[in-house]
Design a protein around this ligand. Structure first.
Ligand code: ATP
Ligand code: MG
Length: 408
């Protein structure tokens, strides 16, 4: 009798361990794909800064009734689509730069309703069960939108894929709170203990087989036909959740439906920050002196040309060391230093330190295609650091420059 019990216990132990090993292997695989994808996305960001930038510049020179205008406009449109794609890849590799604020998740979800209805179609009902008085979380508003929209679109596709007869087509969006215990972790690999909120999206769509379920977070994994899906939706969601120290689980029954559950840590700060509506973008120039430091030639040329066009006096160099040399040899009258973060010989952060010693009170604007530990910690911007995400549009860079220069 005792022997039997012992054997049982050992057996269970091994299966648990095997499961854990499998999950660890999946996590490691996702990590390495993330690194690869992040690297590619970073390089593409630089290339796109130049392509879109020059296209924008050309558009400003061409009259809108000329045929050339249409062509360049098409280049720009495709270029912008490429930027969206790169943003998704950066999202997956957790290299999206985020500005998390303390938010009320229920409010964020409610505000999305109109857009969701438009995306999903009137024939599918969305039902909400939002926990009243839910604890605030720290999150980037745009990332929350990305998550909810991606999950609801997946649900829509799964519902439309199924031939519905009696049952109503339905998506349920739910929020709740949970205190994650050590015990819970045993069945939820990748979670952390403590207070969390739960965001879950369920549907009564086609569901998935377990072979598919195992791969859904992989970038470019899709079962949808060409042009319908890129297979980046859930990879982005996964990356975002991990970047924010959360966890994500998928429950699905083939032929019945799917639930995606996200656990997101509750914010320690309580004060909810109201989101500001975006203003109309316009191009504003200036006549100040800028030292522009960037190792990517295409990005540098385009940026410098743009800034000169807008009236700025611009000096350009390709790394931090050259910039220091230039300042030491007498260029002290600079209003703004714009520098890339990662460069050969001397990066942006080291340059900032030396330049500020040589020119006290110098204003600095960092530009980067993705996060870097010097400036941002796992994608979260340090307070008070001026930063612009590449690729930047002419509007974005000019607006940012005015903002930094006019700051005290
Ligand atoms: N709610 C769901 N029900 C059934 N299958 C799903 C659901 N969500 C995702 N899947 C499966 O997971 C795959 C990957 O999803 P993911 O969102 O990453 O990519 P996609 O929807 O195919 O393309 P994209 O989101 O880039 O447009 C889908 O192709 C689908 O097979
Ligand atoms: Mg999708």
């Amino acid at each position: 009798m005792e022997k039997q019990l012992l054997i049982q216990v050992i057996l269970r132990d091994i299966t648990e361990q095997k499961k854990l090993q499998e999950r660890l292997a999946v996590t490691q695989k996702m990590e390495s794909i993330g690194e690869l994808v992040g690297g590619i996305a970073h390089d593409f960001n630089n290339i796109l800064t130049a392509i879109n930038g020059y296209a924008e510049m050309a558009l400003q020179k061409i009259k809108s009734d000329k045929w050339e205008y249409k062509i360049v406009n098409n280049i720009l449109r495709s270029g912008k689509q490429a930027v969206d794609l790169v943003q998704k890849l950066l999202g997956f590799s957790r290299k999206q730069i985020i500005k998390p604020k303390v938010i009320d998740i229920n409010k964020a979800i409610r505000e999305l309703n109109d857009m969701l209805v438009r995306l999903i179609g009137e024939d599918i009902e969305i039902e909400y069960f939002l926990k009243e008085g839910i604890k605030p979380i720290k999150a980037d508003h745009m990332q929350i939108e990305q998550i909810i929209i991606n999950l609801c679109i997946n649900s829509r596709d799964a519902i439309n894929q199924k031939t519905h007869k009696a049952s109503r087509k339905k998506i349920i969006v739910e929020t709740n709170e949970i205190m994650i215990s050590e015990e819970f972790l045993k069945s939820h690999f990748g979670s952390a203990t403590g207070k969390h909120i739960i965001i879950s999206v369920s549907d009564n769509g086609a569901g998935m087989k377990s072979e598919i379920k195992e791969r859904i977070f992989e970038p470019f994994f899709t079962t949808k036909s060409f042009g319908k899906g890129t297979g980046l939706g859930l990879s982005t969601v996964y990356g975002i959740v991990k970047q924010n120290k959360g966890s994500i689980y998928v429950y699905s029954e083939d032929g019945e439906g799917t639930t995606v559950k996200i656990y997101w840590p509750v914010s320690r700060e309580k004060k909810i920050v109201e989101t500001v509506t975006s203003e109309v973008e316009q191009v504003i120039g200036g006549n100040e002196t800028i030292l522009f430091v960037e190792d990517d030639e295409a990005v540098r040329e385009f940026s410098v040309a743009t800034l000169k066009e807008l009236g700025y006096k611009v000096y350009e160099v390709s790394n931090g060391l050259e910039a220091v040399g230039m300042i030491k040899s007498g260029l002290k009258d600079i209003d703004l230093l714009i520098t890339d973060i990662i460069m050969p010989k001397m990066g942006g952060k080291e340059l900032e330190g030396i330049a500020r010693e040589l020119i006290p009170g110098l204003k600095v604007l960092f530009a980067s295609g993705y996060t870097d530990n010097y400036i941002v910690h796992s994608g979260v911007l340090e307070e008070g650091v001026n930063f612009i995400q590449k690729p930047f549009s002419i509007q974005a860079i000019t607006k940012k420059i005015r903002e930094v220069i006019s700051k005290d």
